[in-house]
Design a protein around this ligand. Structure first.
Ligand SMILES: [Zn+2]
Length: 138
């Protein structure tokens, strides 16, 4: 079970909230100019990130306000909670440094704003790098 800190009410149980999908999906500037495919992609296509993901939540049984959350979809760790309309925070884990000792090394670090593990292919998460799981399920 997640303990979610509502920006207005403070820490509350996950059951008081409802998930609202991916955050920062901007409404098209000129929706009449979109093709059917582009419109369908705006409506239905969402990222399926393994790792840090920006998503919307609403405190449905509390203040009924929407907010954004940066959450790790693997470990369920909540990295950041921020208001609607605010940009996605650029998070870095405390142990992550610039690692200048490996110049030119191929890395996937930071592609999705998640804690980088240089040299690992996407999806090859290191079991030693996981954080304590704060939830038993979705
Ligand atoms: Zn609230």
């Amino acid at each position: 079970m997640l303990l979610i800190s509502c920006p207005n009410c403070g820490p509350r149980d996950e059951t008081e909230f409802h998930y609202g999908g991916q955050a920062h999906v901007a409404y098209p500037e000129s929706p009449n100019d979109l093709t059917d495919r582009q419109w369908a992609e705006y409506l239905f296509y969402r990222e399926n990130t393994k790792g840090t993901f920006a998503e919307r939540w609403v405190h449905s049984t509390g203040c009924r306000q929407w907010f954004n959350m940066l959450r790790d979809t693997v470990s369920y760790e909540i990295h950041s909670i921020y208001g609607m309309g605010q940009p996605r925070p650029d998070i870095k884990s405390p142990g992550q440094s610039s690692e200048p000792d490996q110049p030119g090394e191929f890395t996937q670090a930071g592609e999705f704003g998640q804690a980088g593990e240089p040299g690992l292919a996407p999806g090859a998460a290191s079991p030693t790098a996981t954080t304590p799981i704060s939830s038993e399920g979705v």
